[in-house]
Design a protein around this ligand. Structure first.
Ligand code: ATP
Length: 239
């Protein structure tokens, strides 16, 4: 592993029968970077994240996450990686706070640390006042923010967020993106965020990769991509 790169992906391919979900992907991501995985439905974003977490085995190629091989060392990878799937399941009849205590218990966070940690995470995601309301009363934006708090409980080095802004209104999106920006810029966490809407996430991403039918067709900063492809509007259409 290059000292700077926390994620190294080489010649990574995943096939499901005749479908090539990820096609010879090569990508390096630096520590502390916010990287956007952009692409339409079925482009291979979720499959890539699942392989990075050791939840899906590559057909070929290699992956290193903080020097670990996710296929061979999934438990070690799980310790340093937080994953928010595109549909998060919370217990609707429990409050936001109770849901976090439940996850804290699952993650074996020592009891004496739980109160302060959960209070600070609820404040960080703007749910301090709603902490004792049942999750079934939460808006989608509030649930997504609770999802981020849930992922942060184990203080992961790397955070994978699968379509976190899906279905959020502009205000909900902005609130969530502010929190995600803080994770990368202030806390030095490496964040991979997938989306099919470039305009929603481009402002917070250091670099983005555009996936189409399993292939990474371009990667770079927004201005690099705009130069390569011929204007930001062109990127918008491709993504
Ligand atoms: P979305 O935004 O819809 O989640 P995505 O970019 O995350 O899309 P993937 O979910 O990774 O895309 O899917 C990539 C391709 O792999 C699609 O053609 C999908 O149908 C296929 N695929 C994903 N998982 C499986 C599976 N378990 N079995 C068979 N095919 C799969």
């Amino acid at each position: 592993m290059n000292g700077q790169n926390i994620i190294e992906i080489q010649n990574l391919t995943k096939r499901y029968g005749s479908i090539t979900a990820v096609d010879n992907l090569n990508l390096s991501i630096s520590k502390g970077e916010i990287f956007g995985l952009l692409g339409p439905n079925g482009a291979g974003k979720t499959t890539t994240i699942l392989m990075l977490m050791g939840l899906s085995e590559p057909t070929s190629g290699s992956i290193s996450v903080a020097g670990l091989n996710p296929t061979r060392e999934p438990i070690k990878v799980k310790r340093i990686v937080g994953y928010m799937p595109d549909s998060i399941g919370f217990y609707g009849d429990m409050t936001g706070r109770e849901n976090l205590y439940y996850t804290a218990k699952l993650n074996r966070i020592p009891e004496e640390r739980q109160d302060d940690l959960i209070d600070s995470l609820l404040a960080k995601v703007g749910l301090k006042d709603a902490a004792d309301r049942k999750v079934r009363e939460y808006s989608r934006g509030m649930r997504q923010r609770l999802g981020v708090a849930d992922v942060l409980l184990k203080d992961p080095e790397v955070v994978f967020l699968d379509e976190p802004t899906l279905g959020l209104d502009p205000e909900g999106t902005a609130e969530l993106l502010d929190i995600i920006t803080e994770l990368g810029k202030k806390e030095g966490k490496t964040v991979l965020i997938s989306s099919h809407l470039l305009h929603q996430v481009q402002a917070i991403c250091d670099r983005v990769g555009i996936f189409v039918k399993g292939k990474l067709v371009a990667a770079g900063t927004i201005s690099e991509l705009a130069q390569k492809i011929g204007g930001e509007r062109a990127i918008e259409i491709k993504a």
